[in-house]
Design a binder for this molecule. Structure first.
Ligand SMILES: Cc1cc2nc3c(=O)[nH]c(=O)nc-3n(C[C@H](O)[C@H](O)[C@H](O)COP(=O)(O)OP(=O)(O)OC[C@H]3O[C@@H](n4cnc5c(N)ncnc54)[C@H](O)[C@@H]3O)c2cc1C
Ligand code: FES
Ligand code: FES
Length: 488
């Protein structure tokens, strides 16, 4: 057991033996390191003003990820490199290419959002990524500018990613990789601070033993839910168990007809594999929060949190996914839909955790569609999210699974609508009958994301849209990105 965390701040080593484990990286930077370039806007992962970059050891050397420092806790930095806007310029004061591009394009007005934009772009240039303008909009969707200078910001981003990577981060990358590799000791870490404890087990077996012994602990991974319990709800979390340092829980594999996604896999990591098999999941994940959130938020956390408006559960339930739960050495596999019992209650016993989710591989005869409805295209929580898997035999519906989020206290199937369709012809008449039957499936709530009436109509119309997209009709049914607003 190691009772110390070690990380690089820029290129300087840091070691901490005691800290309140819920101290946010943002707070640590501003109040302990006096690095005030990183700003606090919302403190809930929405605005991107607090964006920093985390460098991590990977097969290619170091991989750079933009994250929201306002909802990351300091102990998670163990074994990583933390880079802020202060670290970018060269020793002689020469600006980094991203910073120069921002200046040249006049892409900063009041400047409050600028460090966050710079860091999001920096992660792209240091990963030698070359997003086009449309892709840059996705990269920057988690950075909000209240002065609304998006046009020049995108221009700067385009300029920055065109230039060849150079400078001190490239020069020092070998040394950084060596330091991080030397720190990868596969030891369980424990840090205490005040009356709080933080554990980062090194193996899944250690996690199972630890959680069985401390069932009162909170499991954490991406912190994109739990971080807000601290910054917004001011909750005290006495015991935390971080599962993101366990190599075997970072795996995403194809086995026995399933895409097997382990508990530590982030939305960013799952994006390509899920998207390759189910193109609609590519779009769903692209519209899940922002890149900063997707870079840390886990697929399994999106299930384990039990939210009725999580985006992945409706899609996975429509696909008949399974969940592997583990307590100590005992494992059980259940249908994902059975995990959600009622609002706030899941089928999970004390000391049991989600080990992986198993998403069936597509069958050539099936058609799958899923649709997120939210007020904003980017970076918004769904009012409702619907998913459909259809098996046709000729023109007849051999099977259909329909699941919606945001329509009940849990992600829930539309069994009446399914029964109306099953065995019938896949025609507008039967689909319209199923849309009517859906009123028996759900009694949605009215809240700030949509009225009950709106939700019901939207859900019914999503079934119709799925019908249009899976019949001969060639209607254009999707908006794939927000149009760019002209700037003057
Ligand atoms: C700005 C912002 C935007 C967001 N947008 C979206 C969105 O568009 N769509 C959407 O669906 N969600 C969204 N979310 C919610 C959040 O990102 C997801 O729910 C995320 O997948 C949670 O994963 P995590 O790893 O961050 O979980 P954490 O915050 O670390 O944990 C979440 C909960 O799950 C538990 N938990 C996590 N892993 C396990 C496990 N393996 N076993 C048992 N329990 C576990 C934790 O104890 C905790 O109760 C957003 C959040 C933010 C802050
Ligand atoms: S302060 Fe707004 S995302 Fe962190
Ligand atoms: S320049 Fe003012 S918030 Fe973006």
């Amino acid at each position: 057991m190691r009772e110390e965390i070690r990380f690089l701040l820029g290129h300087e080593k840091r070691s901490i033996e005691s800290i309140d484990p819920t101290t946010t990286v943002l707070r640590y930077l501003r109040e302990t390191e006096c690095l005030t370039g990183t700003k606090e806007g919302c403190a809930e992962g929405d605005c991107g003003a607090c964006t920093v970059v985390i460098g991590e050891l990977s097969d290619n050397g170091i991989t750079y990820r933009a994250v929201n420092s306002c909802i990351q806790f300091v102990p998670l930095l163990d074994g990583k490199q933390l880079i802020t806007v202060e670290h970018l310029a060269e020793e002689d004061g020469a600006l980094h290419g991203v910073q120069s591009a921002i200046c040249e394009q006049h892409a900063s007005q009041c400047g409050f959002c600028t460090p966050g934009f710079v860091m999001s772009m920096f992660a792209q240039t240091e990963n030698a990524a070359s997003p086009d303008r449309a892709e840059l909009k996705d990269v920057l969707a988690g950075n909000l500018c209240r002065c609304t200078g998006y046009g020049p910001i995108l221009d700067a981003g385009e300029d920055a990613v065109k230039s060849k990577r150079s400078g001190k981060f490239l020069a020092a990358e070998g040394a950084v990789a060596k330091t991080l590799a030397a720190w990868s000791d596969q030891e369980t870490v424990q840090i205490n601070g005040g009356d709080k404890s933080y554990y980062a087990p090194a193996t899944a077996d250690d996690l199972a033993t630890l959680y069985e012994a401390h069932p009162e602990a909170h499991i954490i991974c991406g912190l994109t839910d739990v971080g807000l319990w601290v910054t917004k709800m001011h909750r005290t979390l006495p015991t935390l168990i971080y599962i993101g340092a366990i190599p075997e829980l970072k795996s995403i594999e194809i086995e026995d007809g399933f895409i097997s996604i382990a508990a530590g896999v982030t939305l960013s990591e799952a994006h390509d594999v899920l998207g390759a098999h189910y193109p609609d999941l590519e779009e769903l994940i692209r519209r899940f929060a922002s890149l900063q959130i997707r870079n840390v938020a886990t697929v399994c956390g999106n299930i384990a949190n039990g939210s009725p408006i999580g985006d992945t559960p409706p899609a996975f339930i429509a696909l008949d996914a399974k969940l592997v739960l583990r307590r100590g050495s005992a494992r059980r596999t259940i249908a994902l839909e059975d995990f959600f019992i009622e609002y706030g209650k899941q089928d999970r016993t004390s000391g049991e955790f989600v080990e992986r989710v198993l998403v069936p591989l597509p069958d050539d005869t099936d058609k799958f569609g899923c649709y997120k409805i939210s007020k904003r295209f980017d970076q918004d929580i769904s009012a409702t999210c619907g998913a459909f898997r259809l098996t046709l035999e000729g023109d007849a519906v051999a099977d259909i699974r329909i699941c919606f989020g945001g329509m009940a206290g849990t992600p829930q199937r539309a069994t009446q609508a399914e029964n109306t369709l099953r065995g019938g012809a896949w025609t507008e008449a039967t689909v319209r009958a199923a849309m009517d039957a859906m009123t028996q499936d759900y009694t949605p709530l009215t809240d700030m994301r949509g009225s009950a009436d709106y939700r019901m109509r939207a859900a019914q119309n999503l079934l119709f849209r799925f019908f249009l997209e899976t019949s001969e009709n060639t209607e254009h049914t999707r908006v794939l990105e927000t149009p760019e607003v002209a700037h003057g």
